[in-house]
Design a binder for this molecule. Structure first.
Ligand code: ATP
Length: 453
């Protein structure tokens, strides 16, 4: 399934990302490097908010999951055992008709056209290098014995630490180990802005269970993950679940769902939720010679646990958040005349800046002092931004464009100059509705905390 693409919308999003400091091309002053991106001052906040919320719901709010943070470089034996070293080593081509996967050198060339050797179809994918791993050397000598790879996924460090984590956490099945970290793939064709990058971050959970629980937990995690996306402001209508058919699944997987999102460039994968059976732990047990079995106290049985893996991309989700939030509407200017506005309608939970604080005039010290007091009051609890330059409408507009959900203005009423009953109250403006309410400064922290939680 694919959705219509909207190139124009995507161009506007990419340009906003650069203009307002969400995402820059890596090494830009040297002409960049394909498939690599840097997050600017606002992008890094958005990304952190996303990762923190994932960690909160996947680890802190559960009794059955613990976290870890593994190294990026690991013993090469890990990648041999996991199958990555072998299966990532050839450029592969898929036939879209008969689904045969072949090495690029097995493709038949007839009159300049490429053909599938199995069914004769010309509908072939471009070669995809299955040597996606970046090779490097550890130590002073650059020879065969010092080779390793930048990890292409975070999952393997979880599998190889399974026994250690099990022992220290004293968890019983089913339980999970979560990790957020960098992964690297030398993608042949990085594209669609940050969607397919060569360096990216993953948020992965390996949820270990008994064999008979696998299929049920696959369904459970698919639903949990859909809820997650809705809770960060992605509408259900733009999310789709693809039940990955047998022929596309890894041979060891008994079921895989792709959670997809309607990006402006089409419907694409955000996350894979896969039931990987006991494949990974079995491989590492075999290759390392160390037992990775679980001992069940009640039944006195020893067995290798099965695993369900929800594996999400941080960068793809950040991009989805920006695409989802981007909108254009109209707002009144200083004189009440309607003008176009760009607004990022981020869920307050993920918005980079939670609240902007403005003194009505920058040359009235009493207003400035009060506004700065409010900044100090809120700062330990959320990321706030102080802005005193330009007309107030302009200041609102600048915040709308970066998705700040709340704006607080300190005016003469705050100082009690017009009506003493309004002393120490401010206007609180909400980004999407543009509604303004008068609230007490003493109520502000609680009011905002609830809305950004
Ligand atoms: P794709 O088919 O799009 O290459 P994949 O199925 O190979 O993705 P997985 O190996 O399942 O991806 O990785 C889990 C998640 O990691 C993906 O759902 C995605 O969010 C993220 N991811 C994988 N490759 C990239 C990449 N090159 N750039 C950004 N994110 C990625």
């Amino acid at each position: 399934m694919s959705t219509p693409t909207d190139t124009h919308r995507m161009e506007k999003i990419v340009s906003l990302c650069k203009r307002r400091g969400f995402i820059f091309q890596s090494s830009e002053i040297y002409g960049g490097l394909n498939g690599l991106w840097d997050y600017g001052p606002l992008g890094v906040e958005l990304k952190r908010n996303l990762k923190n919320y994932w960690w909160r719901v996947m680890v802190h709010e559960r009794d059955d999951v613990v976290g870890m943070d593994g190294s990026i470089l690991m013993n090469r034996a890990v990648w041999k055992a996991s199958g990555h070293e072998d299966t990532f080593s050839d450029p592969m081509v898929d036939c879209r008709v008969c689904k045969t996967r072949m090495r690029a050198d097995q493709v038949i060339e007839k009159k300049g056209a490429r053909q599938c050797p199995n069914c004769g179809s010309k509908d072939l994918t471009e070669p995809r290098p299955f040597h996606l791993m970046f090779k490097t050397y550890v130590g002073a000598t650059e020879d065969e014995s010092s080779i390793t790879y930048l990890r292409p996924e975070t999952a393997q460090s979880i599998f190889v630490q399974f026994k250690n984590v099990l022992e220290v956490s004293r968890k019983k099945l089913p339980f999970g180990i979560a990790q957020i970290g960098k992964a690297f793939r030398n993608e042949i064709n990085p594209r669609n802005f940050t969607f397919r990058s060569r360096e990216f971050e993953q948020m992965e959970l390996e949820y270990f269970c008994r064999p008979e629980q696998g299929m049920e937990l696959l369904e459970y995690w698919k639903e949990e993950r859909l809820k997650f996306y809705e809770n960060i402001g992605i509408s259900r209508a733009n999310l789709h679940v693809r039940n990955v058919p047998n022929e596309e699944r890894a041979f060891y997987s008994k079921g895989t769902y792709d959670i997809e999102y309607d990006f402006p460039f089409g419907r694409q994968e955000l996350e894979g939720v896969a039931y990987r059976t006991d494949y990974d732990l079995s491989q590492h047990q075999k290759a390392s010679g160390k037992s990775l079995e679980y001992f069940d106290e009640e039944t006195k049985q020893r067995f290798i646990p099965h695993v369900v893996e929800p594996s999400a991309g941080v960068d793809r989700t950040v991009l989805a958040l920006i695409c989802e939030a981007y909108s254009e509407d109209e707002a009144p200017d200083e004189k009440g005349k309607m003008e176009a506005r760009i607004v990022l309608r981020f869920h307050p939970r993920v918005a980079p800046i939670k609240c902007a604080v403005f003194p009505l005039l920058k040359n009235r010290e009493s207003l400035v002092v009060k506004a700065k007091e409010i900044v100090e009051l809120l700062r330990p609890h959320m990321y706030v931004f102080y802005d005193e330059s330009g007309a107030i409408g302009r200041r609102y507009r600048r915040q709308d464009e970066i998705g700040t959900p709340f704006g607080v203005t300190v005016d003469f009423e705050t100082l009690g100059e017009k009506d003493s009953s309004l002393l120490n109250t401010v206007t609180l403006r909400e980004r999407d509705s543009m509604k303004q309410e008068r609230v007490k400064i003493s109520d502000l922290l609680e009011l905002l905390s609830v809305r950004i939680a």
